[in-house]
Design a protein around this ligand. Structure first.
Ligand code: PLP
Length: 360
């Protein structure tokens, strides 16, 4: 068996110890005589798995009592619709567009009301985040929406918009649990789990209780209503049991890394290693500058499409996988999520250095 350094943007690298534990428990989960995949979601064993996962997540993020934790199938994209549908009061939704994911979310919300683009960084090919201090927020909006870390362009918000009484909604898919977060600054925090937390196919939604409709929304499918999840302990129907089980193991792994403070320290060290090299290189250059740089997704280019392609190919041969950039940016992108070890980033930088020497 040989494992590569996997820089995929998602689905993405998971902690090796989590995969090993899951492998050990595959045929017989702790004396149950069956896999978690085969287990009734109504069993005591699974109830313990989901309860522990929620408790560990609450502890890690410091989620206050008045916030609910929802495990919802369908990934982040399904929440693009669920957010306007559940938060609709006046039918006015304000979006800050800093890349493809916030743009997609804005377009989806437009199906359900008046979705407005408050600011966009499209003019700079999304290489920066709009300055939130220059924005004014209108109280008639049902919420203000941001994508806190834009996976494709490699940007993140250096500070959050101050939206007053209007709830802030944030897609944190690609920065979930990568550093401490002040939950009370948000109305809704959500993300697909396949970037930083677990296998694909599920979103975790953390929502302030008073924002969840208390009555049935007759025009909205039950599976899109958040109250369906809160009123049924996340088990109105069969939840994605195995995904929840793996996420739970990842939460415990993060706790063992020193929680979100520990994660942040390691992630900043990894990001600094890569950005410092990029800033000193004569061949490679980062596409994002300054405080807006993501510490999770790092796009970079050589300036030549041919050289980029050669680099991607040579990297693959050296055990550095999925380093090709998204087609809308080109070049390369290294996704260095929580589970990417420092040694992986070091191997990438060493390889880039060698490639640079050969091409200068
Ligand atoms: C990957 C990603 C999504 C889409 O997630 P799905 O689970 O595929 O729906 C949404 N937002 C961001 C920021 C992402 O990185």
């Amino acid at each position: 068996m040989s494992r590569v350094y996997n820089f995929s943007a998602g689905p993405a690298v998971l902690p090796e110890s989590v995969l090993k534990e899951a492998a050990e428990e595959m045929l017989d989960y702790r004396g149950c005589g069956m896999s978690v995949m085969e287990m009734s979601h109504r069993s005591a064993a699974f109830q313990q798995i989901i309860d522990e996962a929620e408790a560990d997540l609450r502890e890690l993020m410091g989620i206050p009592e008045n916030y609910k934790v929802l495990f919802i199938q369908g990934g982040a994209t399904m929440q693009f619709a669920a957010i306007p549908l559940n938060l609709k009061r006046n039918g006015v939704f304000d979006y800050i567009v800093s890349g493809s994911w916030s743009k997609k979310a804005l377009e989806e919300a437009g199906r359900f009301g008046e979705a407005r683009c408050l600011a966009s960084s499209k003019d700079g090919n999304f290489s920066y985040v709009p300055n939130v201090d220059e924005l004014s927020f209108s109280p008639e909006a049902d919420y203000v929406y941001i994508c806190q870390n834009e996976t494709i362009y490699g940007t993140r918000y250096p500070k959050l918009p101050e939206t007053g009484n209007v709830p802030l909604v944030a897609d944190v898919s690609s920065c979930f649990l990568s550093e401490p977060i002040d939950v009370e600054k948000y109305g809704v925090i959500y993300g697909g789990v396949q970037k930083n937390v677990g296998p694909a196919g599920m979103a975790i939604v953390i929502v302030r209780e008073d924002l969840i409709p208390t009555e049935d929304l007759p025009d909205v499918p039950l599976m899109l209503q958040w109250r369906t999840y809160t009123e049924n302990g996340n088990m109105y129907n069969t939840p994605p049991c195995y995904t929840i089980y793996i996420c739970g193991k990842v939460f415990k792994w993060i706790k063992a890394q020193g929680g979100l403070e520990g994660m942040k320290r390691i992630n900043e060290e990894k990001a600094a290693l890569l950005y410092d090299y990029l800033d000193s290189s004569n061949l490679f250059k980062a596409t994002v500058k300054g405080a807006d740089r993501s510490i999770m997704n790092v796009p970079f280019v050589t300036g030549s499409d041919e050289l980029d392609a050669e680099f991607v190919k040579a990297a693959k041969a050296a055990g550095i996988e999925n380093i090709k950039g998204h087609r809308s940016v080109g070049g390369m992108r290294a996704s260095i999520y929580n589970a990417m070890p420092l040694a992986g980033v070091q191997a990438l930088v060493d390889f880039m250095r060698e490639f640079e020497q050969q091409h200068s």
